[in-house]
Write a protein that binds this ligand. Sequence first.
Ligand code: KG4
Ligand code: ZN
Length: 332
Amino acid sequence: MSEYILGIETSCDETAVAIVKGGTEIVSNVVASQIESHKRFGGVVPEIASRHHVEQITVVIEEALAKAEMTIAEMDAIAVTEGPGLVGALLVGVNAAKALAFAHQKPLIGVHHIAGHIYANRLVEEFEFPLLALVVSGGHTELIVMKEHGKFEIIGETRDDAAGEAYDKVARTLKLPYPGGPKIDELAHIGAQRIDFPRAWLEDSFDFSFSGLKSAVINTLHNASQKGIEYKHEDIAASFQASVVDVLVEKTYRAAIENNVKQVIVAGGVAANKGLRKAMETKFKEERMNVMFPPLSLCTDNAAMIASAGYIAYKQGHRSGWDLNANPGLDL
Ligand code: KG4
Ligand code: ZN
């Protein structure tokens, strides 16, 4: 129960390293964000991301070990995000993990980024199966049923944009800085739902679609400016957020009932959304069911979640070979 796993995450724009004890106890958790470098481009620039990871990775590994007052020799395994994500960014983490594991002859464990997001919740509370996870991030929107540790059944996914991607694109249209999700969330709180944006229910399916909603927001703003009407940004944000949240909450609820789950968890960057957290809590409370979110710092990309998922893989006997490679399209 007291194995120490060193986790490494570099799939997008955070260089992150963490040490987790026994799969659930964070010993250290360091995240070096590159947001400031990508902001002026309005999104993540893959080349810049890779370069920053190369510059940061050794520093962040050393910082995570220093904060834990531990050495690599004391680690039981090295876990790393092998995919999905930006290939150049993933490669930096994978190569660092391989070098560390090889030099110190430690087991190497490749982790799926989404498994990591889900296991961020296990740093807070023990899982109860069957479990339903709603994963909402910049690259993913998925409903996943887990009947046991390490096994994931995707029952619904986005057919176009991810929820976070829709937030970021709408934010860009409103000329808000990257990443737009948190900004829209803030604005939504002071705005009113004046516009009835569409909700893609995709009846009889747990799939999602957000590109129609994104286009509706863009068209509404375009038509308004042609007619000389001006909408307040906060009202656009509130109306857009209501559309996203309604669909996420309702579909998650239906999936929870249909799959008779014991626990519902929400994961990924958009799980930090205040409107979503509140609406989920209200809906599930009404139905006398529990819904769980990671603390805000564990919603967005971090390495503690990779170490937590890596611990389960380690206990289940999974080991990656020295030929482990970055896989941008890795299946869950
Ligand atoms: O999980 P994450 O850090 O990276 C991916 O794996 O994609 O998620 C980042 C996404 C971005 O799209 C960001 O705008 C969104 O999460 N996000 C939010 C909030 N905080 C982050 N979206 C809505 N509301 C928030 N409070
Ligand atoms: Zn992520």
